[in-house]
Ligand binder design. Structure first.
Ligand code: XLS
Ligand code: CA
Ligand code: CA
Length: 442
């Protein structure tokens, strides 16, 4: 039996901000939750969230080796370990001072022999979580359905060739939406784990995409029916586990949502590692979503540029955190979204303390990024560069183009009388040096 209120991280006290001179690895050097940056506290700007699966469920096993993570809850099994993880997770949120968390249904409770038994396990853990959330200090950023681990999803879930699987996935998401309502989740996420294909030779592409559209419409309708008002998010990823995943990147996902008239119901949950897998920078994905009003939430991690798969490392690259926070601040924040650490400690970082060190590293990297981005915006650094670069569209023929007064006749007439085109330098290297200055000096 799991005993409530035992300490699962008894060697760790509440993590405090000690400033950049501190040498204490268990302290924040840059993340000062109450410090005002850009008109809000850092805590409000950053809305950090813990990914339940990486922090409390996964065990460090990989295709080549067994579990390595040393966790105080490992002595339990079945529903007992599920309950112990809930207790441990709330101790962790409190000690780290984080107000949000996120989970897949199967992270928090084990599957039973039937769907009803699985739902019963889930209900029991959800009510335990609800009890722990009562104080109101910790909220659910998002929940989602795991539609990829169980062998039934071998051909996909909403895009499976097997209608029985489509029905099963629908039942699972229906339950997920009920959980979202029960726990007042800020968002509900869809990541199409197995929604894609390995070869076109056996794939009805049109039917699979249409079915995905139908599935998401059913979810929107059901949320409406039960009065769940959280934000729906869809998370792009280009490959892994399938060769081609339908929600490849922000652009492909937005096009899909528009084609199936789902765009007004969804925003995007963008992950840094998925951006790099798609051959983009993280800031590219964020910018693309932002300019279309579709930036919803962020999975804060980083990939390894030397490896071509989803390594889900903790974010420590200050260029990326700065440019990501630039996009987020320009977006006016993330609204109901947040920065969810969809990141795992390396297999060799197996102590419980490593869970704290890794999150501290990520939180400090984003805090520093926030300050640099805020100063860049206050000083209009990129805005000046960009306004200057596109100045030709603020007058004369450029103004005619953007205000819709030009056509091919008027433009040809203009070009015929303008044989001495002058371009100005793009100044990339100089801008990068300025960016370095802001990252180093704030
Ligand atoms: C996997 C995804 C997944 C989603 C939620 O690569 O990042 O964890 O965030 O299902
Ligand atoms: Ca993710
Ligand atoms: Ca990932």
């Amino acid at each position: 039996m799991v005993s409530l209120n035992t300490a699962y991280f008894e060697n760790v006290n509440k993590v405090m901000y000690e400033g950049h001179d501190s040498k204490n690895p268990m302290a924040f050097k840059y993340y000062n939750p109450d410090e005002i940056v850009g008109g809000k506290t850092m805590k409000e700007q950053l809305r950090f969230s813990i990914a339940y699966w990486h922090a409390f469920t996964l065990d460090g096993s990989d295709p080549f080796g067994a579990a390595t993570m040393q966790r105080t809850w490992n002595k339990y099994s079945g529903m007992d370990i599920a309950k112990a993880r809930v207790e441990a997770s709330f101790e962790f949120y409190e000690k780290l001072g984080v107000s949000f968390f996120a989970f897949h249904d199967r992270d928090i409770a084990p599957e039973g022999n039937t769907l009803s038994e699985t739902n019963k396990n889930l209900d029991e853990i959800v009510s335990l979580i609800k009890g722990r959330m009562k104080s109101g200090n910790v909220k659910l950023l998002w929940n989602t359905a795991n539609l990829f681990t169980n062998p039934r999803f071998v051909h996909g879930a909403a895009t499976s060739c097997n209608a029985d699987v489509f029905a099963y996935a629908a039942a699972q998401v229906k339950k997920g939406l009920e959980v979202a309502k029960e726990l007042e989740s800020e968002n509900y996420v869809f990541w199409g784990g197995r929604e894609g294909y390995d070869t076109l030779l056996n794939t009805n592409l049109k039917l699979e995409l249409d079915n995905l559209g139908r599935f998401l419409h059913m979810a929107v309708e059901y949320a409406h029916e039960i009065g769940y008002t959280g934000q729906f998010l869809i998370e792009p990823k280009p490959k892994e586990p399938t060769t081609h995943q339908y929600d490849t990147d922000a652009s492909a996902t937005m096009a899909f949502l528009k084609n199936y008239e789902l765009d007004k119901h969804f925003k995007l949950n963008l992950e840094a590692n998925h951006a790099t897998l798609a051959g983009h920078t993280f800031e590219h994905e964020l910018r693309m979503a932002r300019i279309h009003g579709m930036l919803g939430s962020v999975d804060a991690n980083q990939g390894n540029p030397l490896l071509g798969w989803d390594t889900d490392e903790f974010p420590t690259d200050l260029y990326t955190t700065t440019l990501a926070m630039y996009e987020i601040l320009k977006n006016g924040g993330l609204g109901r979204g947040g920065l969810n650490f969809d990141a795992k400690v390396r297999r060799a970082s197996f102590d419980s303390e490593d869970l704290f060190y890794s999150h501290i590293a990520g939180m400090d990297a984003f805090a520093r990024g926030l300050k640099a981005a805020n100063k860049l915006i206050e000083d209009n650094v990129f805005e000046k560069v960009i306004n200057n670069r596109y100045a030709s569209y603020t007058q004369g023929i450029g103004l005619d183009i953007v205000e819709g007064r030009a056509n091919f006749h008027s433009l040809e007439e203009y070009a015929l009388h303008n044989d001495t085109i002058q371009n100005i330098s793009g100044r990339q290297e100089q801008i990068k040096a300025t960016l370095n200055q802001y990252i180093l000096e704030v």
